[in-house]
Write a protein that binds this ligand. Structure first.
Ligand code: 3NM
Ligand code: MG
Length: 514
């Protein structure tokens, strides 16, 4: 599991922050985790705790962080981390060195290091730090022995030095005086072209808040909206071609059912695409049939391209049937922002059950995210207003909120499960010249997800996208393709060719992944 450093809570037992009769674990950390904190550090600098009390507190806290699936690190006391078996520790410049800590905690432990200069930062990376805490950013009364106030420019200089030294892949958070008012400015202005922060660490803004859950939730919103996308998360890095090939092959072997409730414009095309990728299409828009069809073990595509009141009732019925049967649902909110009817249909569907994948263009995804007033979507055409960072944060934020995978299509596609973000640069402009190609991508994704569900949904989605978009590239450059009309049959041929080559173990097509 990749560690999510977006919202890092460092605890404090200082009575001025905690207030009387406040239990650090139950009254602060638990609500903060509910609000969205992604990693916790137990820091005990203020009281005069015995080691026995420290271990006891760490053990109690670990039970809570485990409930939320969030890592717990111990400040300074490597022995306490080892004693309770938590995920790791955080060491300052005057604490134990990284290599010694790693000898105690082992190769998989998360070991963070504080750095206030470029030299300290690079040295910590060289010695095997898992992440860096960069600070002190702004003056703070929380830390008694603050050495350097480095400001946003200081953070930026350290990030640039890390990139220069080849450590752009080491995650970083900043710390010291971070509040809801300055967090977005810090994240945006500290970013260098190749290296930016992965999150922010706070003490008083959460521990000293009257409502730690609300404070964390607001930080979560602010951070996710402006976290720059680290370079190492861009592209398809981290997705091995062999794994993609195995997933595409699995579709051909299992021939999963792709149950499409789709619009009348694309039914025939989508069924042919399903066959070409190796799936078994069923085009059935009547909700009453969904429970029986779900038992066939496939996936459902809800494509609201030509939504009607009856259609909506059918979608809701089918969604519930697939939820009950614990089978995946791909939701394609076609034209979501275009009309009041569609905006309302999206809300009805999202409220009726759980979806596994949401696939849409920028306007559609923004509508679901809740910015519908701002979405001036004309028809169902895609038009872009967002930067790449904003797109990545949008898909990651929506995926995290809904607990699903989000695919935002465009010239570059953005895909996230709420943690990782993939950016896909495959595809071809001719896909935009033919109706229904977006819808058929949903069908292709459904086949790949059906083949592996409930495991590896993100990887399956990526396999579906790559199969589809590389086939489009292959078709577009064929000599017999002269425009959208000749493109369609060539595209079906190339989808089937990739399916067949992959079945034979020929994975050369994956060299085109980008
Ligand atoms: N470490 P607040 S600053 C624990 O510079 C800690 O390494 C720092 O508290 C460093 O969010 C700090 O309340 C305190 O400002 C941060
Ligand atoms: Mg320290």
């Amino acid at each position: 599991m990749k560690t999510d450093y977006a919202l890092y809570l460092v605890t404090s037992s200082s009575p001025t922050l905690l207030g009387p009769d406040t239990d650090l674990i139950e009254d602060v950390v638990r609500p903060a985790l509910e609000g969205g904190v992604t990693i916790v550090q137990l820091r005990e600098k203020d009281g005069d705790m015995t080691t026995a009390q420290f271990v006891e507190r760490a053990r109690r806290l670990l039970e809570v962080t485990r409930e939320f699936g969030v890592p717990l690190l111990i400040n300074d006391r490597v022995d306490v981390a080892r004693a309770v078996g938590c995920e790791g520790c955080h060491v300052g410049q005057d604490d134990m060195d990284v290599q010694s800590a790693r000898r105690i905690l082992g190769p998989d432990a998360i070991i963070g290091v504080s750095a206030s200069t470029a030299e300290e930062a690079v040295k910590a990376c060289r010695e095997g730090a898992s992440y860096l805490g960069i600070g002190t950013v702004f003056a703070t009364s929380t830390k008694k022995d603050t050495k350097h106030i480095i400001g946003i420019q200081g953070v930026r200089d350290i990030l640039a030095a890390l990139d220069e030294a080849g450590y752009a892949h080491i995650p970083t958070v900043c710390i010291g005086g971070i509040t809801q008012s300055n967090v977005q400015q810090v994240l945006q202005q500290s970013a260098t072209p190749n290296k930016s922060l992965d999150g922010i660490a706070v003490v008083s803004a959460i521990v000293g808040s009257k409502d730690p859950k609300a404070a964390a939730a607001e930080f979560d919103r602010l951070v996710r909206a402006s976290l720059p996308v680290p370079k190492h998360l861009r592209g398809t890095a981290g997705l091995p071609p062999a794994a993609v090939g195995a997933l595409v092959k699995k579709v051909g072997q299992l021939k999963p059912i792709s149950h499409n409730m789709t619009n009348l414009v694309v039914q025939n095309f989508a069924a042919n695409v399903a066959l070409a990728v190796g799936a078994s299409p069923i085009m059935a828009n009547y909700g009453e049939e969904a429970a029986d069809l779900c038992r066939l073990g496939g996936a459902l595509v809800i494509n609201m391209g030509t939504v009607t009141p009856d259609g909506l009732t059918n979608y809701v019925q089918a969604l519930k049937a697939y939820n009950d049967g614990n089978r995946p649902v791909i939701f394609d909110p076609v034209g979501a922002g275009a009309t009041r009817v569609r905006r309302s249909a999206v809300k009805t569907i999202m409220a009726a059950g759980r979806v596994t994948v949401i696939k849409g263009n920028e306007g559609e995804i923004m509508t679901i995210y809740g910015d519908d007033e701002k979405v001036q979507q004309r028809g169902v055409d895609s038009s872009s207003n967002l930067t790449d960072s904003q797109k990545a944060n949008l898909v990651r934020g929506l995926a995290a909120r809904e607990g699903c995978v989000v695919v935002m299509t465009g010239q570059r596609d953005f895909v996230s499960d709420g943690g990782r973000v993939y950016v896909v640069d495959n595809g071809h402009a001719l896909l935009g010249g033919v109706t229904g190609t977006g819808c058929c991508l949903g069908t292709t994704i459904s086949a790949a997800v059906a083949a592996v569900y409930p495991e590896n949904v993100l990887e399956a989605v990526m396999a579906g996208i790559l199969h589809y978009e590389i086939a489009a590239q292959n078709a577009a450059v064929r000599e017999d393709v002269r425009g959208p009309g000749t493109f369609v049959p060539a595209f079906l041929d190339e989808l089937a060719r990739i399916r067949d080559e992959t079945a034979r173990g020929e994975l050369g097509w994956l060299n085109k992944m980008r």
